[in-house]
Design a binder for this molecule. Sequence first.
Ligand code: URA
Length: 183
Amino acid sequence: MTELEKLREECLGCERCELCRTRTNVVFGVGPETARIMFIGEGPGENEDLQGVPFVGRGGKLLDDMLELINLDRTKVYIANMVKCRPPKNRDPLPTEQAACEHWLSRQIELINPRIIVCLGRIAAMRFIKPDFKITREHGQWFEKDGRRVMALYHPAALLRDPRKRPETFDDLKRIQAAAAKL
Ligand code: URA
């Protein structure tokens, strides 16, 4: 068993916060352990909770389409969330829940050691780029964190709500593609 598989096993039994009482499945993350690019969302929704896999609902379909635009797919990137269990009724994860869950994602990043991290939405960007991150102004910009390149995109759910944001996101994706080509 690899270290990441061991971590997953441990995470599946996690009771570090109250979300363990209402979850159906822990949504640990998917993708190759050797992925050079990691996408990080906020937390599982209903479909993800039911299937135990991140981004499998409508937003997930859009994420797959976004990856395809730049010649990527789920066999090539790692996809995870900041919190591994669904908050009831899809409310935002509480700061205490985020703090309790941080251990898992930090270890995932250490073990996978991606060269590029793509934050999906403002919440992940506030954690990985800076606390006052402004998604409307700063999406698509590269930041350097712990020797990795980090960028935030609009969250797929935001792109479903407001398709006018899609052309900008296409440009951002192209910048990811260009960076990925140099890896
Ligand atoms: N939204 C997220 O942030 N993550 C998922 O896994 C699904 C929807």
